[in-house]
Design a protein around this ligand. Structure first.
Ligand code: BGC
Length: 732
């Protein structure tokens, strides 16, 4: 592999947030047979030859744990080269040293950005010429970017070039590993404009859909010298753009018309928005084109039904994934955050793995976890990955977040049939779980639980941070029980008997301690909130009489109070009900129109999933409740979109019976309120399709399956199916 480590360059520009470096190098192609450009950066780069971009990756080389790991790209640029060409490389600060994280830090991973490239030209006779970033003919040229950064956007002005600093060798620390990247973030479909409204001196565009993307500008359609675009998710009551929830992110593009009328597309930012406010120019057809962007993943899951709101919710969770699978599983795409949250990531991961083939995305993220964890003083997995450098655990232990390290590899095994991730992650899982054990007082120690301040079932209605700090135990410790189970089973699977025994013994003790600490004999819980019950039932309490009593109590709480769960418990709520004879209640909760509830959001025009159940309160105001002194309300957080699991695994009834769907279980739960339902999942074993309709107590079903399948009909009858398509009819 090309030794990119030898060619890093930067400039001595004093640190200015948002600065962009532009380097050029003359290239004579001669009789090139083939030309490849291998390139990476500490920062984000785009490379062009004579103005034409190499490849289609955005924010390359991508976001990894830079202190230890960097990825690179190799592009075939043969077709871009002329006899005499110019290679131009744009280098922004990106995640590496630009402004990033909810604390709005700069220079998280380094002081200045750096780039390294090797352009290799092979002639017909097999001889090769190399051009590298360290060659003497590389120059820095004045750039048009007065500012470029993820949160604030870009200020682009070719008529006002930025001061130039010559290239110098980069002397900062380099990560040990530089290797080809596994994923690509790129532009996807364009998003049509739904309406254009003139409001005084500004024009408001509505795309009818919240999404993560970019606006491209055609300067030929501008009737002024400069235009400004502001992005927002919703409107104020008076119809103006609402931006208070973006916090310190300006989410703004200021573009000065270029002389050559080349279309402009932001290079160093993206936005989460439904609306764009245009000022400085009048709107003209073709002036602005919106592009969706996300990390590339093949689409695998589909659902349709006649109930428009149930359909809309499915579409909303799908848009949540498109908007938040951007290099890392982000929490949201719009405000000054957009970080790789492990907790948000794993609650939505199973849903996401049906919507799209996410194996490569998680392969990359699990790698980010491993490298990040190496710099955690306790071997713990941080709530956001890539971590922001070396750290300890901190005051709040964030149990529920870092547990992605065990949950994701197990999910990938079940869904994609490969235990590669369990194997590769084994030491990392172990290190995380051993850290949990130390905090429980050591193996088979006195405590067997980790009681500490924690966020618990995050964003449970009516349960604030203060409450959860004292009452999170049953939620946070349920994650430990689950970790111990996964460790025990994984160790046994790989023949690591000693580990299997160790984790198995701790699992027993922690389960006992859990019951003692949190559950009363009558099946009620000391911390008596829904999330505690759901997590206990799902992970900690063995099936039996006590379990049944607790479940009965949860059911009566749900009948009385409706949904009151937060990020974690919501994932399991409807599945738990459907699996234990309460599918009617599960559908009631799905369809419930009051707050908190999914249909409540749909009734208020949501086109993605809200962060808070009551992001818009019943009185119509935005819930700007503060969190650490700043408001926290996003309209595009996919966590509550984990309801997608209910769609695929219960409504359509599709799930693996063996990892990777080599054997399948199809068990649809039906409800006449959905009308005709159909959907499919392209599993690794082939496409599985189900369709059903219920009328007057009669269900009609169509099933297509690629492998041996156990079918459970809605009346409880069990059939074994061989690959093929089938029709069924039954009374329910
Ligand atoms: C993020 C999350 C996250 C939470 C936990 C929020 O600011 O947006 O979704 O899980 O913090 O700390």
């Amino acid at each position: 592999m090309t030794d990119l480590k030898s060619y890093f360059i930067t400039t001595e520009r004093p640190y200015t947030e948002g600065a962009v470096e532009v380097f050029e190098q003359p290239v004579s192609a001669g009789a090139a047979e083939k030309a490849t450009l291998t390139i990476t950066a500490l920062g984000v780069y785009e490379a062009e030859i004579d103005g034409r971009k190499a490849g289609d990756a955005l924010f390359a080389p991508g976001y990894t744990y830079y202190p230890r790991h960097l990825t690179c790209q190799t592009y075939d640029v043969t077709a871009l080269l002329a006899q005499q060409s110019t290679l131009r490389v744009w280098l922004g600060q990106g995640w590496y040293c630009g402004r990033f994280t909810c604390d709005n830090k700069t220079r998280i991973y380094g002081e200045r950005p750096a780039v390294s490239w090797v352009l290799e030209i092979t002639a017909a006779d097999g001889s090769t010429t190399r051009h590298t970033s360290r060659d003497a003919d590389v120059t820095a040229v004045p750039g048009p970017y007065a500012y470029a950064g993820f949160y604030d956007g870009e200020v682009y002005d070719e008529s006002n070039p930025q001061p130039v600093y010559p290239p110098v060798p980069f002397s900062g620390a380099l990560p040990e590993v530089i290797e080809p990247g596994k994923i690509t973030t790129a532009l996807q479909e364009t998003m049509p404009i739904q309406s254009v409204t003139k409001r005084g001196s500004v024009t408001l565009l509505d795309f009818g859909q919240n999404f993560a993307g970019l606006i491209e500008i055609d300067p030929a359609k501008m009737n002024g010298e400069c235009l400004t675009l502001r992005h927002g998710e919703i409107l104020n009551e008076d119809g103006s753009l609402y931006t208070a929830n973006l916090r310190k992110a300006k989410a703004q593009i200021m573009y000065h018309k270029s002389k050559d009328n080349r279309p402009y597309r932001p290079r160093f930012t993206y936005m989460g928005f439904r609306y764009v406010e245009l000022s400085g120019c009048d709107y003209a057809e073709g002036l602005l084109t919106a592009h969706v962007l996300h990390t590339e993943m093949p689409r695998t899951g589909y659902f349709s039904c006649e109930n428009a709101k149930v359909q809309r919710l499915f579409d909303n969770q799908l848009w949540g994934q498109r908007s938040n699978y951007i290099e890392v599983p982000t929490d949201c795409p719009q405000r000054d955050e957009r970080m790789g949250y492990t907790g948000d990531g794993h609650v939505f991961a199973l849903t996401g793995a049906y919507n799209f083939d996410t194996e490569a995305f998680w392969d990359k993220f699990l790698t980010d976890i491993r490298y990040s964890q190496a710099d955690n003083q306790e071997g713990y997995v941080a709530p956001t990955i890539p971590a922001q450098g070396s750290a300890g655990i901190g005051f709040i232990n964030m149990l529920g977040w870092g547990n992605a390290v065990t949950i994701l590899p197990e999910m990938l095994w079940q869904q994609y049939g490969t235990d590669r991730y369990l194997r590769e992650q084994y030491d990392s899982m172990k290190s995380h779980v051993d850290c949990e054990i130390r905090h429980m007082g050591g193996l088979l120690g006195k405590k067997d639980l980790w009681i500490a301040p924690n966020l618990g079932d995050w964003l449970s209605p009516g349960k604030d941070v203060k409450y959860m700090a004292m009452h999170n135990g049953p939620v946070s410790n349920a994650f430990i029980v689950n970790d111990l189970r996964i460790m025990k089973e994984t160790a046994a699977r790989f023949g690591k008997t000693e580990d299997a025994d160790r984790y198995g013994a701790q699992l027993e003790k922690t389960r006992d301690a859990y019951l003692k600490a949190f559950v009363k004999k009558d099946g009620s819980m000391k911390d008596d909130y829904q999330g505690a019950y759901v997590m206990a039932l799902r992970f900690a309490v063995p099936q039996g009489e006590l379990w049944d009593k607790m479940f009965a109590r949860l059911v009566s709480m749900l009948r009385r109070d409706g949904i009151q769960t937060g990020f974690f418990a919501t994932e399991h709520l409807l599945p738990l009900l459907a699996e234990h004879g309460e599918s009617r209640l599960a559908f009631d909760l799905l369809l419930q129109e009051n707050c908190p509830g999914w249909m409540y959001q749909i009734d208020r025009g949501a086109t993605t999933i809200w962060e808070r159940w009551d992001a818009i309160r019943p009185d119509g105001t935005v819930n700007e409740e503060s969190q650490n002194g700043d408001n926290m309300v996003s309209f595009n957080h996919y966590a509550f979109g984990s309801v997608g699991e209910f769609y695929y695994r219960y409504i359509l009834g599709i799930r693996p019976m063996e990892p990777g769907y080599s054997r399948i279980r199809v068990a649809p739960f039906v409800d006449e309120r959905l009308g005709k339902v159909s959907g499919s999942y392209l599993s690794r074993a082939g496409e599985i399709k189900t369709a059903w309709q219920v009328e007057n107590g009669q269900a009609d079903l169509e099933i297509t399956t690629p492998s041996e399948t156990e079918l459970i009909l809605p009346n409880g009858e069990r059939r074994m199916l061989q690959p093929g398509s089938y029709d069924f009819h039954c009374s329910i």
